[in-house]
Design a protein around this ligand. Structure first.
Ligand code: SIN
Length: 513
């Protein structure tokens, strides 16, 4: 990167090189844009790890309204039905957009899109690419398109550390790279930074995804929403590796069953059994493990010998640890997988800070509610990338003044991980949440490597404490009931810090245990 970054001033800046960020950049063409990526494109984004595909009502038996009904049911009263309807009606067009960009989707011998089934979908409507390698194939096509787009400058190895904000409007991005600190001036910034898996021990996300976009937005004063809703995937490969290998829900969609060490199919009595909503299956598996059982996915009969052809990535990961899914049981346990909450955005992806948009997992659009329906998130990212790009393009570029580069510490979640893993898992309780907020407060207030991850963790903890009920992916052992009326909370960092300071009267984490 040239040290003369002023030549980029005024361009929209997209922070993040996953599917949401790259598509936003492509939709903005021919307007010149700058994409800032921490790592070389395609090497770290969780998008590339997506096994599930995109959900869209493409089958002859399907309809966007049926897809909407399934999404609202899974969201447990907290989806925004209007935005969900807009997204799901646009979903078939999103598949077309990707196909036009060169994504090779899986097709039947007749050439039509092959449609898979995942939990809580009433129809076959998941479009995959490369079997369980959808994310990788989509990223391949997008990276190729971005590399050959003359309007897009990608700066790799740059980490955005803070947003410059004046009078609640964005003025630029302070970033860090191998040459030191750098300031990019712009009044139009898009966050497309992914999720929060790196804040947990057990996750299927890249460990580098530790809520950087949430921290950037929160420190800029933006409101965050639905933070307490964290999705745990019921079937991560229970081995020593971290992050954990995901065993796609599509495997259960093809007939695999969940059993324990005695061979008992303990989900049998549950409505929907293995294909019940993800929060329900994850809780049931967690409960069974807590009783001392071991839990396995049994794919020996279905999909059986076709497993390696249908799920080549998973088959390879299983073989790496000595398991042949066509002949052996696959040990599984739940792991953090997706964050339904995020930066609160409107229907154009605009946050509460002027000139700041959010797209993809970092955003909270209202589609997922309390529990995301599988494969709705890639669809959301693809649909929203266009809407965000249109909104950015329609916002005039205005001059920005250069400011001095500033140093901010690189985020390191190591001290936050045990706190969040202990308190914000599948089952939560108030005393532990309070003690965790108290432990996170000094970390969040310090100006060091832990403070950004701790600030994000603190906001999630305060949100989880505020929701005194159990809904979707948020289960409180001390409030197991479901309120009749669903309420959505928004939170700023200032409010979360104030709430945590008030809680500083509660016993310490050690005392609470
Ligand atoms: C899966 O393939 O099970 C994950 C899909 C998703 O999380 O959307």
């Amino acid at each position: 990167m040239s040290s003369d970054v002023r030549s980029f001033f005024g361009r929209p800046i997209i922070i993040g090189g996953g599917i949401a960020g790259l598509l936003t950049a492509l939709h903005l063409a021919p307007e010149p844009v700058l994409v800032l990526s921490r790592m070389p494109l395609g090497s770290e984004a969780s998008s590339a790890w997506a096994q599930g595909g995109l959900a869209a009502s493409l089958g002859v038996d399907d309809d966007p309204e049926v897809h909407l009904a399934d999404t609202l049911a899974a969201g447990d009263g907290l989806c925004n039905p209007e935005i969900a309807s807009r997204i799901l009606h646009a979903a078939p067009g999103a598949i077309e957009t990707l196909a036009t960009l060169g994504v090779r989707f899986d097709r039947t011998p007749a050439g039509t899109l092959r449609l898979g089934l995942e939990a809580a979908h009433g129809r076959r409507r998941i479009v995959h690419a490369g079997g369980d390698g959808s994310g990788q194939e989509i990223m391949r096509a997008l990276v190729e398109a971005v590399r050959s787009a003359p309007s897009i400058v990608v700066v790799e190895g740059v980490e955005a550390r803070r947003l410059a904000v004046k009078q609640n409007a964005v003025r630029g991005v302070w970033a860090s790279c191998s040459m030191g600190s750098v300031f990019f001036g712009s009044r139009r910034v898009v966050l497309a930074t992914g999720g929060i898996g790196g804040l947990f021990f057990d996750t299927t996300n890249p460990l580098g995804s530790c809520g950087q976009g949430l921290a950037l937005a929160a420190r800029a004063g933006a409101a965050l929403a639905d933070l307490e809703f964290i999705q745990f995937h019921p079937t991560a490969l229970d081995g020593p590796d971290r992050p954990m290998q995901l065993i796609s829900e599509a495997v259960r969609g093809e007939g695999a069953e969940i059993v324990d060490e005695t061979g008992q199919r303990f989900l049998e009595g549950l409505q929907g059994a293995e294909l019940a909503p993800r929060d329900v299956v994850a809780r049931a598996v967690w409960k069974h493990l807590s009783k001392g059982h071991r839990v396995f996915l049994d794919a020996r009969d279905k999909p059986g010998t076709t497993f390696p052809r249908q799920f080549p990535t998973i088959a390879a990961a299983c073989h790496d640890v000595g398991i042949d899914p066509a002949h052996d049981l696959i040990p599984i346990r739940p792991a953090q997988h997706y964050h339904m909450g995020g930066v609160a955005v409107d229907g154009a992806g605009r946050t509460s800070v002027k000139g700041l948009w959010a797209c993809g997992e970092v955003a909270s659009t209202g589609l997922h509610g309390a529990n995301r329906l599988a494969s709705n998130s890639l669809t959301e990212a693809v649909v929203f990338a266009r809407w965000v790009a249109e909104s950015v393009a329609g916002t005039p570029a205005r001059r920005t003044k250069p400011v001095f580069a500033r140093d901010y510490p690189s985020p390191d979640p190591i001290s936050v991980r045990p706190l969040l893993s202990g308190a914000l898992g599948i089952v939560r309780n108030g005393e532990c949440l309070k003690a965790t907020a108290r432990a996170l407060l000094p970390l969040a207030e310090a100006n060091d490597a832990a403070s950004d991850p701790a600030s994000v963790g603190l906001m999630i903890t305060i949100a989880a404490l505020s929701r005194e009920e159990s809904r979707g992916a948020h289960y409180r052992a001390d409030f197991p009931h479901h309120e009749a009326v669903a309420r959505r909370f928004e939170l700023t960092l200032v409010d979360a810090l104030a709430a945590a300071r008030e809680l500083a009267q509660v016993p310490s984490l050690e005392e609470a245990r």
